[in-house]
Design a protein around this ligand. Sequence first.
Ligand SMILES: NC(=O)c1ccc[n+]([C@@H]2O[C@H](COP(=O)([O-])OP(=O)(O)OC[C@H]3O[C@@H](n4cnc5c(N)ncnc54)[C@H](O)[C@@H]3O)[C@@H](O)[C@H]2O)c1
Length: 408
Amino acid sequence: MAGAVMSESDSVIRRRSSPPAVLRPSPRPRRSGLRSPSRSLKVRRASAYTPSFMAKKLLVTGSSGLIGSEVCVFFSQQGFVVHGMDNNQRAVFFGPQGDTRWNQQRLLRELPGFQHHELDIRDRAGVLALVQEVRPDVLVHTAAQPSHDRAAAIPFDDFDTNAVGTLNLLEAARQACPESPFVHMSTNKVYGDAPNRIALAELATRWDYADPAYAHGIPETFTIDQSKHSLFGASKVAADVMVQEYGRYFNLPTCALRGGCLTGPNHTGVELHGFLSYLVKCNLEGREYRVFGYKGKQVRDNIHSLDVARFMFAFSQAPRAGEVYNLGGGKANSCSIYEAFALTEKFTGKKQVHAYVDQNRVGDHICYYSDLRKMRAHYPSWNISVSLEETIRQIVEAWKQREAAPAG
Ligand SMILES: NC(=O)c1ccc[n+]([C@@H]2O[C@H](COP(=O)([O-])OP(=O)(O)OC[C@H]3O[C@@H](n4cnc5c(N)ncnc54)[C@H](O)[C@@H]3O)[C@@H](O)[C@H]2O)c1
């Protein structure tokens, strides 16, 4: 019960320090006449843990997912008390293969003081009540319907989750904790298929940009307009622009991180989402991996979830209002599908079984890697710390361990 989770220290934590220098003073938080969350929220927490008196609080949506869970672990290691919000919707979107309960259980087992809130981000009143109750010092929003192809089959669920769910959280943050950094996980699909208009060179195993203007990758100034996004890309555009607007209009310390391929050992990869994780799983199981179009030379830039969490932490320590960053692995961590096969085979010793489907996914990028220069300029202490090879090695090990672990 959320009410029962509150401790005396909460009232102290609510007295916040001054907003960072880069921000104008924020409006005073308004009280909303919300119902008690204890009626709507099921809360589970790791046992026998007493948070330190001044511990800061983090609220993560999508906490059982790849990025959410990594953020929970990373901020916990920095001394935060972590609240996760997830309702295992990934299993609804993708079936049992997408079930993330194993990760929720891992967090409950391993993170001191971790509190799980079983809540749907579409539940506006529930979200408002929870944010009001927790009053997080940092809010990281990673819950989403994350698949292009799935969105077409469930347009209302997709938009309600990605766009409206994000608005629910932003408004809750504005009312309850307007000075707390709000980090939103956006996507490079906000650029639609416009990157496919860049002149390309066909190399032996991959496509690359032929236009020297993109030698460093796609910058944040790239157009998000007048291209094909998929319904998923469009719902994420709505969220991305809303996150910017809460920064620019209301001066909240928000940022939208336009992710490339976010990956890591804790992804529950399925065919429709989480390409490297799913590719490795197929390799280990000898299952056929289907390559969709572009000769298998389509390029994605891959970033380990740890480096995503590290950037989110850096932003939370020196937030800015309404910022946008392209958060990917950059050119150094990019690979084509066929290059990913070769890297995976190196670690598993097994040949990748695959089939080529001569039809690309709607709106899929032929070549995409992020220009990381803005991130590095704003946060010089941040950089990519996990190479692509090491990331794949970890994914291989993680799938082996998960397959070997007893169910439940
Ligand atoms: N993984 C990638 O390659 C990638 C790339 C670009 C952007 N992103 C974005 O990053 C974010 C995180 O991606 P991920 O790979 O960790 O996804 P994920 O599917 O692993 O995690 C998302 C979590 O959110 C939960 N969730 C979904 N809908 C919910 C709802 N209505 N209420 C509560 N919880 C809900 C799911 O159960 C899941 O545990 C998403 O916004 C996604 O669009 C991901």
